[in-house]
Ligand binder design. Structure first.
Ligand SMILES: Cc1cc2nc3c(=O)[nH]c(=O)nc-3n(C[C@H](O)[C@H](O)[C@H](O)COP(=O)(O)OP(=O)(O)OC[C@H]3O[C@@H](n4cnc5c(N)ncnc54)[C@H](O)[C@@H]3O)c2cc1C
Length: 423
């Protein structure tokens, strides 16, 4: 069976890997010149199977809207008349109810935990080295930040997810840089430690897995924009490239990240995804500064700091209505503020390199997986802020579905049809 995967981000590469393992003839098509050059490039690198949470959470609308006019903030809303944005926001607000949050978080954790197990197997089998570190800390500046984690802790307790709420003193004992931070006045009300979560270099992992795919016969076509080919009854029969080349296939998997919604929409398939812009910086540590031992997130600003060798990746913030490539001062200030607050005097900001791009966000949180109503067309997209955390697992599930096998985990809450049902 011949299968085309559209998108060579982390999701497309993982999907291609598992399709190939099922004995299929796979071609991956991407408009960029190489692997992981869009959202997957900007990933903070957290494999957050246990931390993974939907943005739509109780208390989140108030938290976000109260920050809209501050100089540094976890979220920015650009003036936009884009109806897709306002429709998405209405759906997102509807998912902030406690019971929807709990259901969506459980779904995301089911996928991400499955993904973590599959990733561990791949690491062992292929010996991949991708700057991996164990453990993850969620830093809580204020009592209010701590209280906002209550719904998440309840779900984790009910599902037996490994995590530990730390007092400020216990948190300080976890890493030396936190003592320096508190010493210069950064507030710390507590932290949550996720011992089984990890971090690493997402684009590096994607390139290693793609090289493995190529060795096993997967073909990659770059600088190639893919359009759908359809027969008279609407079934998708392959893709047509911008240069006119035709690639017929029995199945096409749309793994195009933020642009999947527009592509699918032109085929009459509505998916309520919105590109939520985020920012990232790579910066070296100063001289012989010893950086953090493990990755952490500043929950108030939703900015993550990840140690990658002798440099750090700082990433986060959510900008709605800002699809373009521009860099906005508010987001950059927020990243710098978090870095300076938690790593005082350790960073060489003059050598920072900056990036911005979008996350493919669903309003409820879980990704969208599986067959569409058009025969031959599958989707694997909408991974939002947790694409790397879920990609190895969703790639395997999608390949199982294309091959007619029953996936290892329950797909409730992951199919495209969930939006047509009333929650
Ligand atoms: C700032 C930031 C930090 C993040 N941190 C984390 C993190 O710590 N942990 C985590 O798990 N996730 C994180 N994420 C989320 C994660 O990066 C995304 O969920 C993930 O990269 C999505 O992968 P993807 O393959 O679906 O999309 P992409 O990486 O965007 O890949 C899609 C590809 O499809 C191609 N494409 C689209 N349409 C076409 C077409 N018609 N023809 C040809 N090619 C096409 C594009 O060129 C692109 O290469 C972060 C995201 C951001 C923005």
């Amino acid at each position: 069976m011949r299968v085309i995967v559209i998108g060579a981000g982390i999701v497309g590469v993982c999907t291609a890997y598992w399709l190939n393992r099922h004995g299929m003839q796979v071609t991956v098509v991407d408009r960029r010149s190489g692997i992981a050059q869009e959202s997957s490039y900007g990933s903070a690198g957290i494999l957050a199977a246990d931390y993974a949470s939907p943005w739509a959470a109780p208390g989140m609308p108030g938290h976000f809207f109260s920050h809209l006019f501050k100089a540094e903030a976890p979220v920015a809303l650009r003036t936009s008349l884009d109806p897709a944005l306002w429709k998405w926001l209405v759906k997102w607000l509807g998912q902030c109810r406690a019971e929807r949050y709990a259901a969506n978080k459980r779904t995301m954790q089911r996928v991400a935990r499955y993904s973590r197990a599959q990733l561990a197997d791949l690491r062992e089998e292929h010996g991949f080295e991708y700057e991996r570190r164990s453990g993850y800390l969620q830093l809580l500046r204020t009592q209010r930040d701590l209280e906002r984690t209550e719904p998440a802790r309840r779900v984790m307790q009910d599902s037996g997810i490994a995590h530990r709420l730390l007092s400020p003193d216990e948190a300080l004992a976890m890493d030396v840089h936190l003592q320096d931070a508190v010493h210069v006045g950064t507030p710390l009300a507590g932290a949550i430690h996720y011992p089984d979560d990890e971090s690493g270099n997402c684009p590096l992992f994607a390139r290693l897995l793609a090289a493995e795919c190529e060795r096993s016969g997967v073909e990659f076509k770059f600088n190639a924009v893919a359009h759908p080919m359809q027969n008279a009854s609407g079934a998708v029969t392959g893709v047509r490239l911008k240069d006119g080349a035709m690639l017929p296939a029995q199945a096409v998997v749309m793994a195009g990240g933020s642009d999947a919604a527009g592509w699918l929409g032109r085929l009459g398939i509505a998916v309520p995804m919105y590109p939520v812009k985020g920012y990232a910086a790579n910066l070296p540590l100063r001289g012989d500064a010893i950086g953090p031992r493990r990755a952490f997130v500043d929950e108030a600003y939703r900015v993550t700091v990840t140690p990658l060798g002798q440099r750090l990746r700082i990433a986060g913030t959510a900008e709605l209505g800002g699809r373009g490539p521009g860099m906005h001062g508010k987001a950059l200030r927020t990243l710098v503020r978090v870095a300076q607050d938690w790593l005082p005097g350790m960073l060489d900001l003059s050598r920072a390199t900056w990036w911005s791009g979008t996350r493919p966000m669903t309003p409820d949180g879980p990704p969208i997986l599986g067959a569409t109503r058009l025969p031959g067309l599958y989707v694997n997209t909408g991974h939002g802020s947790h694409g790397w955390s879920m990609a190895v697992g969703t790639g395997r599930i999608l390949a199982d579905l294309v091959a007619g096998k029953t996936p290892d985990i329950d797909l409730d809450g992951l199919d495209i049809g969930r939006y047509a049902r009333k929650n």
